[in-house]
Design a protein around this ligand. Structure first.
Ligand code: BYC
Length: 474
């Protein structure tokens, strides 16, 4: 399908040939822009930002760089190319042709999955809306806005599916995606992590590393869907998602690098001395990591989930990279869960694998998260320090699943509630830690300059130098 970049809504879905759908989306567009102006990045909307825009899905068009004012960003609808004769890849309908329309019996479940996915996208923009003021450099400011406009585009992607395939219900859901707000007491966002404030850049990097990576795994699971338009939409979203995780990965690495530099200069790892020198001490970084990793683990849902089993059986939502598994039906397979035994210990239980799909995906996610830690720890190793960043156990500080509200230490050992309360200041950011991190967040807007708590990146964006004018203020 040809890309129509010149249309009011750039697309490769032949929108011009479907007047009803085009009108419905053109009606939603001003509501989206209103939302962007009210709850998107505060200020900076008149600045020219060096942004990447997707104008088509081929290798040339998907990443076009230029100066753009954010409200003029071309939020388009792009689906990955259709695969010839694509077949259902897992579950009870394995091998049958995929669906180009929504089967009636799966309508409400698919709508729910699309709405849940769609809800996270504007939520993250809302969470990050004030960060521009405290950006550690123009390079980082540009990256923040890149992430924000692309999350906006991902919202468009889900709204397209709702409008095109779910009739009036879908249009109503699309409106509601702009009515729920992150952290709102009456109408919060659907999933827990998307109601947490992101008011400092350390949280932003943790979020883009850990929470965007949940996005990667969820999108990969949805890319396996038998509902082909959903699969194709998610495949294209994944190409943009990679940069968001890169921002988190390199962001955390740069914070650690800068802390190590000052540890060397001062000859100490004493947090008080390091804070005096304006950098973020390693224990504080670890506590932020513990917070965002554990929160992101909840986004995979319960470890034993009948929802997940029926998504899998019906071919609605699969496992990332399904092709890698030997058995795509898993009718008889089982999975061993480690559960709290109610007496302060752990017991094992075998459950049908289909019910454990959330856990299977969560395990793959944890494995993927470890790669970043290996990179960050290399900085420490090369500098000759024995400290290492670690991922806490998947049992630690959970709010969803069998370990929800069971107090454990970061190693996953169940502990008494009193011990958890007594020691949580060692494990999770305290109000004092947060206040300190906030105190070093001051906007640095001079070309090539960096805030004192973060090292410069290794290279710029799209082969531009680090001191490039990534954002032009007017
Ligand atoms: N918070 O059977 P269960 C991204 C709900 S991130 C609150 O255990 P299921 C992005 C659950 O909805 C990716 N509620 O779980 C990243 C269900 O409610 P209903 C977003 C939660 O259904 C950064 C009930 O508890 N995409 O893209 O197997 C920036 C029982 O659930 C939570 C998706 O999530 C929670 N943490 O799996 C921007 C994909 N966890 O339905 C973007 C679509 C569970 O009974 N969503 N619940 O009312 C799904 O696939 C599934 O809904 C979940 C839950 C994986 C989230």
């Amino acid at each position: 399908m040809e890309s129509n970049y010149q249309d009011r809504i750039p697309n490769n879905v032949g929108l011009g040939a479907n007047r009803t759908l085009q009108r419905a989306l053109e009606h939603w567009q001003p509501e989206f822009l209103n939302w962007w102006h009210g709850l998107g990045p505060s200020d900076f909307n008149a600045s020219s930002v060096y942004l990447r825009t997707a104008i088509s899905v081929d290798t040339k068009g998907w990443a076009t760089f230029d100066y753009v004012k954010m409200p003029d960003y071309r939020w388009g609808i792009f689906l990955a190319q259709e695969e010839d004769d694509r077949r259902v890849g897992f579950g009870d309908h394995f091998g049958q042709p995929v669906w180009q329309q929504v089967p009636g019996e799966h309508r409400s479940t698919l709508r729910r999955l699309i709405v849940t996915q769609g809800d996270t996208e504007p939520a993250s923009v809302e969470q990050q809306r004030l960060l521009g003021h405290t950006a550690p450099s123009l390079y980082d400011l540009r990256n923040l806005f890149q992430v924000n406009v692309e999350e906006g585009r991902h919202l468009w992607a889900m709204v397209y599916l709702l409008h095109a395939y779910f009739g009036r219900d879908g249009r109503e859901e699309a409106e509601e995606l702009l009515e729920r707000h992150s952290g709102d007491t009456d109408k919060p966002r659907i999933l827990s992590t998307f109601n947490e404030p992101i008011s400092d850049w350390l949280s932003f990097y943790m979020f883009t590393y850990f929470t965007d990576r949940d996005g990667k795994f969820q999108l990969k699971s949805l890319a396996e869907s038998s509902f082909d338009p959903l699969s194709r939409t998610c495949k294209f979203m994944l190409t943009e998602e990679a940069h968001h995780m890169f921002v988190g990965d390199t962001g955390i690495g740069r914070v650690i690098k800068r802390t190590i530099e000052v540890m060397k200069e001062l000859g100490t790892d004493d947090p008080v001395a390091l804070r005096k020198a304006g950098v973020i001490d390693l224990p504080t970084i670890q506590k932020y990591l513990n917070f965002w990793f554990s929160s992101s683990l909840d986004l995979f849902g319960g470890d034993s989930s009948s929802n997940a089993a029926s998504y899998f059986a019906n071919g609605l939502k699969g496992r990332p990279d399904e092709i890698k598994y030997e058995d795509h039906i898993e009718a008889e397979s089982s999975f061993t869960l480690e559960l709290p035994d109610g007496k302060g210990g752990v017991r094992e239980e075998r459950i049908p694998l289909r019910n454990a799909v959330n856990e299977v995906v969560r395990e793959a996610y944890v494995h993927d998260c470890e790669k970043g830690l290996a990179r960050w720890n290399r900085h420490l190793e090369e500098a000759g320090y024995p400290q290492r960043m670690t991922l806490p156990s998947t049992r630690f500080r959970r709010s969803v699943g069998s370990w929800a509200n069971i107090p454990t230490n970061p190693e996953g050992k169940p502990v008494a509630m009193e011990e958890f309360h007594a020691r949580q200041d060692e494990w999770l950011p305290t109000p004092n830690d947060r206040a300190y991190v906030h105190s070093v967040m001051k906007g640095v807007f001079e070309r090539g300059k960096m805030a004192g708590w973060i090292a410069p990146p290794e290279r710029g964006i799209n082969t531009q130098p680090i001191n490039f004018e990534y954002v032009k203020f007017h």
